[in-house]
Design a protein around this ligand. Structure first.
Ligand SMILES: [Mg+2]
Ligand SMILES: [Zn+2]
Length: 204
């Protein structure tokens, strides 16, 4: 089997919208399936990446059960709504990798230090071994510094999504949306290294 190239995708803020919850006053991962919305342009972007020969692997920290904000059933319902939506559009994820842990967990079995919470590169190495993925030909797309640091730790180049005002030294490229990231990867994502002279784009 020839080595595959993958796009490792963070979930919240990349595939689906974060949600504002008044009890914490913060934009967070959806806690219930009613709060789950795919972001505009995500379905066509994933289809384009897939058509270009990338395999898709989701890598997501999902600590809401550990933090007592969601039940396991609520998290499963969110996952299944997303997976069904992708299947309906002919989008196939090779794997969905979730870290359910959190250092400040209120559920004891999900607490403490785990090996799979980003920025740990655990899931990327595991997917590379299990599915024959060439990490040097692969990309991480995420909206947080922990995502791009995870990519760097695995030797995977990263695209950072979002509107933050900071340069990210771990990101080869910064994009406003997955659609923009996909456009970039379809132009530059085929080689084993960034093109000569490529520099991270500054935030506007
Ligand atoms: Mg995120
Ligand atoms: Zn974990």
């Amino acid at each position: 089997m020839s080595a595959r190239r993958a796009v490792f995708l963070d979930r919240d803020g990349v595939l689906n919208a974060n949600v504002f919850y008044r009890d914490t006053g913060a934009w967070e991962a959806p806690r219930r399936v009613e709060d789950f919305r795919l972001l505009p342009g995500v379905v066509p972007a994933l289809k384009e990446l897939q058509a270009a020969g990338f395999v898709l692997v989701l890598v997501s920290n999902q600590p809401n059960e550990a933090l007592g904000k969601s039940t396991r059933a609520e998290l499963r319902a969110i996952h299944e709504a997303m997976a069904v939506s992708f299947e309906r559009h002919g989008i196939r994820f090779l794997d969905y990798c979730y870290c359910p842990h959190h250092p400040k967990a209120v559920v004891a079995e999900l607490g403490g230090l785990c090996r799979c919470r980003k920025p740990s590169p655990y899931w990327l190495f595991r997917a590379a071994n299990r599915y024959g993925i060439d990490l040097r030909m692969s990309w991480m797309v995420g909206d947080r510094a922990t995502d791009t640091a995870c990519g760097s730790a695995a030797g995977v180049r990263s695209v950072r999504i979002g509107n933050a005002a900071h340069q990210d030294a771990h990101a080869v490229w910064q994009a406003g949306s997955l659609a923009e990231a996909s456009d970039f990867l379809l132009g530059a994502g085929h080689g084993p290294r960034p093109e000569a002279g490529l520099r991270p784009r500054l935030w506007a």
